[in-house]
Design a protein around this ligand. Structure first.
Ligand SMILES: Nc1ncnc2c1ncn2[C@@H]1O[C@H](COP(=O)(O)OP(=O)(O)OP(=O)(O)O)[C@@H](O)[C@H]1O
Ligand SMILES: [Mg+2]
Length: 383
């Protein structure tokens, strides 16, 4: 168990010669793969770094592990500055996407390897390996070689090897990416259980937002080397601070509309085409506090927050396709030329013809599920 603090951490890689079409900022020394990363991780906390490919997740994790030099900033583990401390002296273990097991060793030999390096006694080693094997449900495979194991079993061994040392911090870089969807869900649940059984601070990297939402106490969302938002899964879902976070978190994706925010004598309403929605007290207060005036905005509404409506003051759309998911139907609709997805609970559909392609559907949404973003910066106008 340990706290980990990242203060203004940055990483500059020397510019590579091949043409680089990434959005990373450049300095005189090279490309800025991680810029001004700040985070205080609590004892025993489970932190997930999430973001699209190339956003700097692995680089950040590798700097914590000591596998990558830190270009700038300070890294503390339990209040000790560790920028210059060798990986083996940081009391950290790491699990990789490709397992990285020793093929010529049995599962037991793989798992005891870190303890042998530490010159622990035979009794201690046996006890720790057997405990870890039991936690991970791999006791019966201890004498097999890795090639006789499935992907999920291999990853369990890799996790076992990482936890036998009882590291202060356990780092995992996309540990489930090589597994099929079903196994991935199962292993995700097992990582949650593992987390309850061992006292370790976790830093977990994934590009999968579902994994991030289900595993993390807090999530750090990154883009182009820059942290976009840090918060609990509920916070980043309910209050995305910018368009990127709004679009990245939640599936299917949030719908976006061109609209206008109108301020009139201290009250606000939103106009999208012919529809007007008056904003309630909470939103009004936050917008007022930020001094927001009438302006064009990007309006964001999640598919599950849209409601079908037959009244006036609605958005009119035409169903493109509908996907029956069992308890809900996903309607893909067009509002003029813009695509939207609406999630409708199946029991609310009185008339099944409604979901046929080409059907006309009118919808609206309550004011408290509306997100308002600046057209210029993409930032949420409430935060
Ligand atoms: N050794 C290196 N030399 C130069 N540039 C690098 C090096 N390693 C990574 N980069 C660049 O730094 C950026 C961040 O890479 P990183 O591997 O941290 O991304 P990531 O978020 O882990 O992506 P992925 O999801 O694909 O694993 C990328 O633009 C990458 O091309
Ligand atoms: Mg990576």
């Amino acid at each position: 168990m340990a706290t980990v603090t990242l203060k203004n951490i940055r990483k500059v890689y020397p510019k590579s010669h091949n043409t680089n079409k990434s959005n990373l900022k450049e300095t005189a020394d090279g490309v800025l793969a991680v810029d001004d990363f700040n985070l205080e991780i609590n004892d025993n906390e489970f932190i997930v770094l999430v973001g699209p490919s190339g956003c700097g997740k692995s680089t950040t994790l590798r700097m914590v592990a000591g596998l990558e030099e830190i270009t700038g900033g300070e890294l503390y583990i339990d209040d000790v500055l560790v920028n210059e401390v060798a990986p083996k002296d940081r009391d950290i273990s790491m699990v990789f996407q490709n397992y990285a097991l020793y093929p010529h060793m049995t599962v037991r030999q793989n798992m005891e390897f870190p303890l042998k390096v530490q010159k622990k006694s035979r009794d201690y080693i046996d006890k720790k390996v057997e405990e870890a094997a039991e936690i991970l449900g791999i006791t019966e495979y201890l004498d097999r070689k890795p090639k006789a194991l499935s992907g999920g079993q291999k990853q369990r061994v890799a996790i076992g090897r990482a936890i036998v040392r009882e590291p202060k911090v356990l780092l995992m870089d996309e540990p489930l990416s090589n597994l099929d969807a079903k196994l991935r869900n199962q292993m995700r649940a097992e990582i949650l259980k593992l987390r309850k059984r061992i006292n370790t601070t976790f830093i977990y990297v994934t590009h999968d937002q579902t994994e991030a939402m289900t595993l993390g106490d807090r999530i750090v969302i990154m883009k182009d080397g820059v942290v976009q938002q840090t918060g609990t899964p509920q916070e980043v879902f309910d209050s995305p601070h910018n368009l990127f976070v709004a679009g990245f978190i939640g599936t299917p994706q949030m719908n976006f509309y061109d609209g206008r925010l109108v301020e009139d004598k201290g009250r606000y309403h939103v106009e999208i085409k012919d529809m007007k929605v008056a904003l309630g007290k909470e939103k009004t207060e936050r917008l007022k506090a930020n001094g927001v005036k009438s302006r064009d905005v990007t309006v964001g509404v999640r598919p599950e927050h849209i409601v079908l409506s037959e009244g006036e003051n609605v958005l009119r759309s035409v169903v493109d396709v509908s996907e029956m998911m069992g308890s809900v139907v996903h309607l893909h609709v067009n509002v003029d030329d813009q695509d939207s997805i609406i999630i409708v609970p199946t029991i609310q559909l009185k008339d099944r013809s409604l979901v046929k392609s080409g059907a006309e559907v009118d919808f609206t949404f309550p004011e408290d599920v509306i997100h308002l973003f600046s057209k210029e910066t993409g930032n949420n106008l409430e935060y």
